[in-house]
Design a binder for this molecule. Structure first.
Ligand code: FUB
Length: 310
């Protein structure tokens, strides 16, 4: 009947629907959310926690998408550790950006030759993949993790990453190479807050940076103070600083000792993505991604955002 066709059609188009409630995905553990708005949809890139071992079992990245922030489509895993011939383990926190009709996915993973983390870049013609290794070798080596990518209004692209240091480099227009040497962003307490109890880490910055621009202000949002991380942020008048610490966005909550931010504006609303251990069996190694709608304060500052499900 017509009615039956109407009811069945969305299921046929979207084989797996996740729920509107938090966590967004409820049938597998997900971590390290990185949202991308493209062509009327939000694409959500995540990692996949496969068991609760104490060293992360993460072999692949996953993609989900939504046109309404309620119904989510499962696009499977178009990128994995095996996609990089030089990698051996650890599909950690990455981010995708679109440029020139292509999509570039920057990801940290273990380099087999060194046994250390390195940042690779994969490319696709579609936000849902398939993605292939763009280089055949890491873009950034030396134990580095957690890349975030940002393209400024003038077309200059920047890649930021790091733990314990915070680095950036100017990407070339091809998005798979860079000019100059990576630079360390000075981790001053004015820029990144004050951490007590660890003389080696005087500021709150831990990992998981997320950089974007809104209303002429540059934001860097990040996981603060391992190992019951909260989410904090800093702002700057330009993409390379100087950064000013602005405080906590999401306090330490839930049963995951890490958290990881991703922020987008979509169809007139602002959304804050994060992870916790809210699914049954959830923990620091079996995490799940949630999202909260929020409004910026008139001066551009970000209000405190609490997890709706922990
Ligand atoms: O998921 C593995 C690592 O834990 C990520 O790279 C960090 O941001 C933290 O979430």
């Amino acid at each position: 009947s017509l009615l039956l066709a109407f009811v069945l059609a969305p299921a046929a188009v979207h084989p797996t629907e996740a729920r509107a409630d938090n966590p967004i995905v409820q049938h597998v553990y997900t971590a390290d959310p990185a949202p991308l708005v493209h062509d009327g949809r939000v694409y959500l890139y995540t990692g996949h926690d496969e068991d609760n071992s104490t060293n992360y079992t993460m072999k692949e990245w996953r993609v989900w998408s939504s046109a309404d922030m309620v119904n989510w489509t499962d696009h499977g895993s178009p990128l994995s550790v095996a996609s990089f011939s030089w990698a051996s383990a650890n599909a950690w926190a990455g981010q995708v950006v679109g440029r020139n009709g292509k999509f570039y996915w920057y990801v940290p993973t273990t380099e087999r030759a060194t046994g250390r983390m390195a940042i690779g870049v994969a490319v696709s013609d579609s936000p849902t993949g398939p993605f292939r290794d763009a280089l055949g070798h890491p873009l950034v080596g030396n134990g580095e993790i957690d890349p975030t990518v940002f393209i400024d209004d003038d077309g200059q692209a920047y890649l930021y990453w790091g733990n314990p240091n915070l680095w950036y480099v100017r990407l070339n227009a091809d998005m798979i190479s860079y000019s100059g040497s990576p630079a360390k962003i000075p981790l001053t307490t004015a820029g990144f807050g004050t951490r007590t109890g660890d003389p080696n880490r005087p500021t709150l910055f831990e990992e998981g940076p997320w950089v974007y621009k809104r209303g002429g202000l540059y934001y860097i949002v990040y996981a603060a103070k391992c190992c019951s991380e909260f989410i904090a942020y800093s702002t700057a008048p330009g993409p390379t600083g100087p950064w000013t610490y602005r405080g906590t966005i999401m306090p330490t909550q839930g049963s995951s000792f890490t958290n990881h931010p991703g922020i987008v504006d979509f169809k007139g609303n602002s959304y804050f993505f994060y992870h916790n251990g809210a699914l049954p069996g959830g923990s620091g190694y079996t995490r799940s991604v949630g999202v909260e709608k929020f409004s910026y304060n008139p001066d551009g500052t970000i209000p405190t955002i609490n997890m709706t499900s922990t």
